[in-house]
Design a protein around this ligand. Structure first.
Ligand SMILES: [Fe+2]
Length: 173
């Protein structure tokens, strides 16, 4: 399928992150089973709940655009997940494994931050400049939904940094 406009590019990115979020939900529950540190497992549990909300939020965005929610394969997230699982298979020490799990989760988080950052900027631009399409795009409403998720991802990134520095990396080392 060729992408012929900024609106279509936006829609394509939306499908990409929708696919990625669903993969991340699966990967988070797998990593939750593999992790041993209680604080890390607890963090994943909370973020898994957030992730399910974020998926629903994306479905709201699709509906606001008059589209049915559908993903397109996101090679980037598949690559991150595969690389993470490959590394985890090689690690025997559970403390070291926890540090690797946290780092993988954070890499996925940062991928999401870059994608949602772009989507917020594009939704804002499209909502502001394309008069007739503004209603079709849902304007600010869509920006707000995406911004909410972007803020959650940034908070999760900070929580993971704090957890790594205060505990997980120290225990692993
Ligand atoms: Fe997410």
């Amino acid at each position: 399928m060729t992408i012929q406009s900024m609106n279509e590019l936006f829609h394509h990115e939306l499908q990409d992150i929708y696919y990625a979020e669903n993969q991340i939900a699966k990967s988070l529950s797998e990593m939750m089973d593999q992790a041993t540190d209680a604080a890390l497992v607890d963090n994943f549990e909370h973020h898994l709940e957030d992730t399910h909300e974020q998926i629903k939020r994306l479905e709201q965005v699709f509906r606001a655009l008059g589209q049915s929610p559908k993903g397109v394969t996101c090679q980037a997230i598949l690559g991150l997940i595969e690389e993470s699982q490959e590394t985890l298979r090689e690690i025997e020490d559970e403390r070291v494994r926890d540090a690797a799990i946290l780092a993988s989760a954070q890499a996925m988080e940062r991928y999401e931050i870059t994608r949602y950052g772009t989507l917020v900027a594009w939704a804002d631009q499209l909502g502001r400049t394309i008069g007739a399409d503004q209603t079709a795009l849902g304007g600010l409403e869509i920006v707000d939904l995406l911004q909410l998720t972007l803020d959650e991802e940034k908070n999760q990134d900070s929580r993971l940094t704090a957890l790594a520095e205060s505990r997980i990396n120290r225990l692993a080392a």
